[in-house]
Ligand binder design. Sequence first.
Ligand code: FE
Length: 143
Amino acid sequence: MAFKIRLHKERIIMKLAEQIQQADWKKEKHVPVIECADEVKAGEIFEVKVSLGKEIAHPNTTEHHIRWISLYFRPEGERFTYQVGHYEFSAHGESAQGANEGPIYTHHEVRVSLKLGKSGTLFALSLCNIHGLWESSKEIKVV
Ligand code: FE
């Protein structure tokens, strides 16, 4: 009985954050790459590109592909993180003729425009349909 209770407690303390994988994007194809200026002017619109496979290509097939990328921003010294956007990649060669016979494959890359009022950190989170969650981050300075 005591054993059962202990198992239950272990399940409760499992954290999603512990399932999110990190690595060097130059060596690991699942890591999202955030590209934007290191410094931006307050209130000025700028572009952020988030992609995967910049160094090592990730497959894009019906069986193995990137489902989505989410981008977040945490202002320096603040407690909470804001979501910039969530970008779904829905077409991966599926068709009535079968897997990988379809005419369209959404590529796992997104460009978004935004403006900031404060320095902070951008976080990108991506999901591979079979290899799970991956994250990366980039500091950005508002001058
Ligand atoms: Fe994968």
